[in-house]
Write a protein that binds this ligand. Structure first.
Ligand SMILES: [Zn+2]
Length: 159
């Protein structure tokens, strides 16, 4: 079938690495991609890094150019961290209160800093895991700027 004029053949159109790997049947499993993100490794190639700062995601993988920067984890990592830290730390709080009845200032002096440290340490790996999860679900394939509808802004209105 001849190509239409002005339309490049499909194999020459740029697509995310995840789409090419998925078509080739080589995309890693969900668990593998989440684990790679958790370990600050690119979910696709396991070579590049996910983060350029504590929580800042690189625009694209330095090794395979997967567009990790378009994956917006938003509130999911803090939600998961609070869920995990709460379920791990709250039962001991109740148990210690019941068994020893320490004064409230001691509860606050111990548990609040512990919550802060645990949540801070968990946030980055959990966000990396969420990035891997989103990459596996194909979020990077559908959230590229050139595929979004035109933005509605106040300056383009007729009124
Ligand atoms: Zn990569």
């Amino acid at each position: 079938m001849p190509n239409q004029p002005g339309v490049p053949p499909p194999e020459t159109i740029w697509r995310p690495a995840s789409a090419r790997l998925a078509e080739a049947g080589e995309q890693p499993s969900m668990l593998t991609m989440v684990r790679r993100g958790f370990m600050n490794r690119c979910p696709i190639c396991n070579q590049g890094r996910v983060f350029r700062s504590f929580l800042g995601v690189v625009p694209e993988c330095e090794a395979c150019h997967a567009p990790l920067g378009v994956l917006r984890a938003d509130d999911a990592p803090p939600y998961i961290v609070i869920f995990l830290a709460g379920h791990v730390l709250v039962p001991p709080i109740f148990w210690i209160e019941r068994a020893y009845e320490p004064p409230m200032w001691l509860h606050m002096a111990v548990w609040l800093p512990l919550f802060a440290v645990v949540c801070t340490l968990l946030l980055r790996p959990v966000k990396g895991g969420v990035v891997g999860w989103m990459m596996r679900l194909g979020f990077a394939d559908h959230d590229r700027p050139d595929e979004r509808p035109p933005a509605l802004s106040g300056t383009s209105r007729d009124d």
